[in-house]
Design a protein around this ligand. Sequence first.
Ligand code: GLU
Length: 603
Amino acid sequence: MRSWVRLLCLALLALCLAPLPAWAKQAVAVGKGGAVASDSAIATGVGLSVLRRGGSAADAAVAVAATLGVTDPFVAGIGGGGYFVYYDASTHRVYTIDGRETAPASASAKLFIDPATGMPLAFPTAVTSGLSVGVPGTLMTWQRALERWGNFTLAEDLKPAEAVAEKGFQIDPTLREEDRENAFRFADFSSTRALFLPHGALPAVGATERDPDLARTYQQIGRSGVGAFYGGPIGKAIVSTVRHLPLAHGAALVARPGLMALSDLKRYAAPFVAPTHVAYRGLDVYSMAPSSSGGTTVGEALNVLGNFDLRTESRVQQLHHFLEATRLAFADRNRYIGDRRFVDVPEAQLLSKAFARQRSCLIDPAHALVSPVAPGHPFAGAGGCSPKQPASAALPNDGASTNHFVVADSKGDVVSYTNTIEELGGSGIVVPGRGFLLNNELTDFDFHPLQSGVPDPNLPAGGKRPRSSMSPTIVLKHGRPFLAVGAAGGATIITTVLQILVDRIDLGMSLPAAIAAPRASQRNAAKTQAEPAFLALPSTPGLESLGQSFTVSDTSPLDPSITIAPTIGVASGLELLGNGRFLAAAEPVRRGGGAAGVLKPSP
Ligand code: GLU
């Protein structure tokens, strides 16, 4: 289709957009022609419309992500970063793009050490500051994906999101709740207050949310390309915002400006990197390599579980093995995973079957291990069963921000894309006049060495990427896509993705049932974080009798006086059913539920 015809179609689409009702959602869809599952009904609809007009899975993914930046601004947007996993049907290979945010060149290991006290900043203090803002990678990720797989231009793929930002959409209860949880800090920034607390108050459910600044930002990127962001006027606005925080009149916040310079934006790259790969029960599981810990940690846990025949075990033993596998894998993650350009990551060893056997033999079917368990010895080979290393008690973050979505097109290309601005609401800082929130991704670094005398792979450094837990995954069966899954939820992403894979592959649950199932997340802590519904399962007393113990977390990591829903992870996925049919599945309930759609429904 000629370019002007496509633009006309997009303009007509925009005209049809009255403020859109945001919360009529369908969590499962089955059919042909292409599929999308995302957090937002509007974003899923946009993705399907791009596919319908001949866009590739990459085009649809960019359009979905850009729209989520409008409809789900507290978990997505061009102020953040993420990891893009793509199955290319023409080469039958899985590719990944590392669009992780990066520390400014002038950052050091003391980034989060308070010069006044010599002590690490409190986590909430660091989050809502300029120091936490990493160089955003989302827009460069879109550019790289479209250069390789796009049928349309970036400008064309941004058009539907521009239209939604311009026309507005109705605020749903979930967005209202996320705004409420952040209002105490959004109020400190004039730009954020103007966008998300109009007239100084929380907007009502059903009110129209518009973001004309973001529409103009997208237009400018469409006209001028990503250079407008990576060194151009939008980049200048970002740097100015980070260095001179737009504090509201009377704000009580102590301003801690960031270090980002325009040169940091100019040198930003979103490289293609080789995916992680493990073979599991005859399937091939591909995911994200470091700087994310997702692929190695899910992969190591799968390798550990591969040493047990879960199908013949009792439900209690299945869950016991799941919890013990992630307990061990997190010990290794915390000790060894960081940005590979800065630390020597034993990726191949951590993903080897021999190393998994060494770790598996620590699992006792009659007793839970006592956390913190020590990391293994991947550099030393795979012998032995009792690693003698100091164990770290650090519990990685477990926020519930971020979003994951999946797309498939009729050619057979598949996208599994997790993107984020880190905390719900990121740093809390909207770039004035530009309409988007900046991330706080640099708080994913360890603020200080977790253990004295033990090297910490995840300390800040200039140009370094903080360790992530994002685990966008594509599973192949006989070399063709079978599943695409991923999740939001900080470090619980890893356990959520693993639980869904095990439930689907080993226990034979349907994908929607696996996504809906009650979750627990063991990350080498004394207590396993669990949803209330998990605690109510008939198997939980049996787990407790093995020494597993559980806790439910229901307060905000930024302000413990704020109560939040005690859920773990927000997932979405696709299953390829054969004969060109897709099953798209989103969350039925968590974070307000997600939206699945297919081009040609055929139940
Ligand atoms: N920043 C987190 C990570 O990269 C994701 C944010 C979240 O889901 O809470 O692992």
